[in-house]
Design a protein around this ligand. Structure first.
Ligand code: MN
Length: 178
């Protein structure tokens, strides 16, 4: 603690959310807001798995710590837990693997191609987020694990680690406690 550089690292958070249909909200701090995607199946640690990630509205940074129940009648009504959280690095800022120029997160968002290194408790290492261009909705992106030391075709953290990293509670426990 007290390291100025570490205090300036951007955060990421993954909130497990049952609003109608279960999904994981994947959020990256970019220029003072949480840029967000809803990932129905959650992140995979297997580079062969492409997970649909639907871009949703930006959220305020303070929302990263939210866990609880959004009341009926409000947007996103249902239970939320902080499933994973930590800091991330923009790998695009280091330049691309084929000599591409360094890019900011804002530039990567505009281009529809991000590379981030996550330092979470459950999810770690490089992830690609790329806009899906199959003639579909431009809100549709894909979240894909990059091949690195944290890649693992057999880990299933969404199954084996369902609990909140803030409170240890499951989504069902938070829903019951209201
Ligand atoms: Mn949500």
């Amino acid at each position: 603690m007290g390291d100025k550089a570490s205090c300036e690292r951007p955060i990421f958070v993954i909130q497990k959310h049952r609003a109608g249909r279960l999904h994981y909200d994947f959020r990256l701090e970019v220029d003072g807001v949480l840029v967000s995607w809803a990932v129905p199946k959650g992140p995979s640690t297997d580079p062969r798995q492409r997970r649909l990630a639907v871009r949703v509205e930006d959220h305020p940074i303070g929302y990263a710590g939210f866990e609880g129940v959004i009341p009926e009648g409000e947007y996103g009504a249902g239970a939320v837990i902080v499933w994973d959280a930590g800091y991330y690095r923009n790998l695009l800022a280091e330049g691309g693997p084929r000599g591409e120029a360094p890019a900011t997160m804002a530039e990567g968002l505009e281009a529809g191609s991000l590379r981030v290194h996550l330092d979470g408790q459950k999810v770690r290492g490089g992830y690609k987020l790329v806009r899906a261009r199959l003639g579909g909705d431009p809100k549709n992106w894909l979240l894909i694990k990059m091949k690195d030391d944290a890649a693992d075709a057999r880990r299933r953290p969404t199954s084996t680690r369902p609990e909140s990293v803030l409170s240890g509670r499951t989504l069902e426990e938070v829903a019951e406690e209201g």
